[in-house]
Design a protein around this ligand. Sequence first.
Ligand SMILES: NC(=O)c1ccc[n+]([C@@H]2O[C@H](COP(=O)([O-])OP(=O)(O)OC[C@H]3O[C@@H](n4cnc5c(N)ncnc54)[C@H](OP(=O)(O)O)[C@@H]3O)[C@@H](O)[C@H]2O)c1
Length: 330
Amino acid sequence: MSESFPAFTAEKTDDGFRRGVTELTVDDLPAGDVVIDVEWSSVNYKDHLAATENGRVARISPLVPGIDLAGMVRSSGAAGIAAGDQVLVHGYDLGVAHHGGYAGVARVPVEWVVPLPDGLTSHEAMVVGTAGYTAALSVLTLLDHGLESDAGTVLVTGATGGVGSMAVAMLAGLGHTVAASTGKADAASFLRDLGAAEVVDRAELADASKPLQSVRWAGAVDAVGGAILAHVLATLAPGAAVTASGNVGGAELPTTVLPFILRGVTLYGIDSVSTPIGRRREVWGRIATDLKPAGLDAMAHAVDLEHLEGALDEIGRGGVTGRYVVQLRN
Ligand SMILES: NC(=O)c1ccc[n+]([C@@H]2O[C@H](COP(=O)([O-])OP(=O)(O)OC[C@H]3O[C@@H](n4cnc5c(N)ncnc54)[C@H](OP(=O)(O)O)[C@@H]3O)[C@@H](O)[C@H]2O)c1
């Protein structure tokens, strides 16, 4: 019989829903070329949904959630990845339709594997995780759009969250002037430590009644959606861009075509899940170098599988400041 390891699973049952820590073996894992001894995973809003009865994200049951993982390759049947390599995996079907990072061991297709770039530990990679990767895609999109560091203030919404806090740190690290919007009254010093020059009360961005308002932002990273994204579109400088990656504030977008046709603003959609693997590896190379957020360790709160439920519930309430990482090995 193969060795067992702890795993956090979520499953629909005849009388409802069950989640908690159990034991699995490698034989319980889905097919794949690469077996990984998982060292760290992380907690994202999507993990909360995947581990919630009506979250509508999980596509198999039972499921080991965890859309992020990093660790050491135990065995590989694929060229280019060998036993002993440090790697990370996120996105694609991981943690939604294929067992994910909340287990001591994972088995995945080689096409999902990113060799851990020099300059990042597996712990740091999971503090960054899907949230930081999404922030990196957002920041790179604004740079490709032509955002210069002297263009004016760049707004980040949901700034204490995973995507937001990483975007604040990355933009500030590149020399941009960053305004961080938050609903948390006590978060100002956390955000200033990340590099925010200005902290904006989320309530100031709630008015979406007019599609054109006074110009305020040279660009924006939005992970909130809803009325806040509509307000951002109404207050972007002519020709500026905002990236949209999330919907914690609502999936509707109550705006009109006016910001687009009268101010020439651009709304970019960000999808971290299905980036082709070549581009994904390139972006991680940037995360390990010029985009690497300062103070990664200070953003992290570590939990083990036994304490994971509390972190999943907290992120579901929008209550997390920074990033929860999940420790699978000592
Ligand atoms: N497109 C992609 O590929 C991709 C990848 C990763 C994440 N996402 C999405 O991006 C969003 C953020 O993910 P995350 O992991 O960063 O989550 P998170 O850590 O929970 O951050 C979300 C932040 O948004 C703010 N917020 C929460 N509820 C809000 C509300 N009702 N109205 C306005 N602001 C609210 C809070 O920040 P403040 O208190 O500071 O305002 C919260 O910390 C989620 O919708 C997630 O599904 C998408």
